[in-house]
Design a binder for this molecule. Structure first.
Ligand SMILES: Cc1cc2nc3c(=O)[nH]c(=O)nc-3n(C[C@H](O)[C@H](O)[C@H](O)COP(=O)(O)OP(=O)(O)OC[C@H]3O[C@@H](n4cnc5c(N)ncnc54)[C@H](O)[C@@H]3O)c2cc1C
Length: 119
């Protein structure tokens, strides 16, 4: 089957992951982003990549999706304290319960890491 001229609307994680995989499969494509760069909506925010509910580590899952995790910074957290203001609950996990990644159009962010892969 020949698919030409693929157009992806939006250079968020979903659009860029689709682009990375389509490019790897040697499809020609263009990614269209309405903002001037990827991730500008998030302006350096920290987002959590949830890692406690699945058997496979989310970093390995990203690797399986052809996402090169060396292209962005992330930090795993094994020890958590959840507080309602009066009582604390401490949790300790064998592997990171979640990873924090930076979002936005800044060096080391998930968005810029995914974009880097396009070049
Ligand atoms: C305040 C906030 C906090 C969040 N915290 C977390 C968190 O801690 N952990 C977590 O896992 N998730 C979090 N999320 C959710 C996470 O941001 C989304 O799941 C993720 O960004 C979705 O990726 P996406 O590529 O589907 O969409 P988006 O990241 O929204 O990307 C869509 C892209 O498409 C572009 N676009 C839109 N319309 C058009 C168009 N017509 N033409 C061209 N481009 C277009 C947008 O500008 C954007 O760049 C948070 C979301 C918000 C709003």
């Amino acid at each position: 089957m020949s698919i030409e001229n693929i157009k992806i609307a939006g250079a968020g994680p979903a659009g860029l992951t689709a682009a990375i995989n389509l490019a790897k499969a040697e499809y020609q494509l263009d990614v269209f982003e309405k903002n001037y760069d990827t991730g500008v909506r998030f302006n350096g925010d920290l987002h959590g990549l949830e890692n406690w509910s699945r058997k496979k580590d989310v970093i390995d899952e990203l690797h399986d999706m052809n996402i090169k995790c060396t292209d962005f910074n992330y930090t795993g957290f094994k020890n958590l304290r959840i507080s309602n203001g009066t009582k604390n609950w401490d949790f300790s996990c064998n592997r990171p319960a979640f990873y924090l990644v930076r979002r936005g159009n800044i060096e080391g962010s998930l968005d810029q890491g995914l974009k880097k892969k396009q070049h």
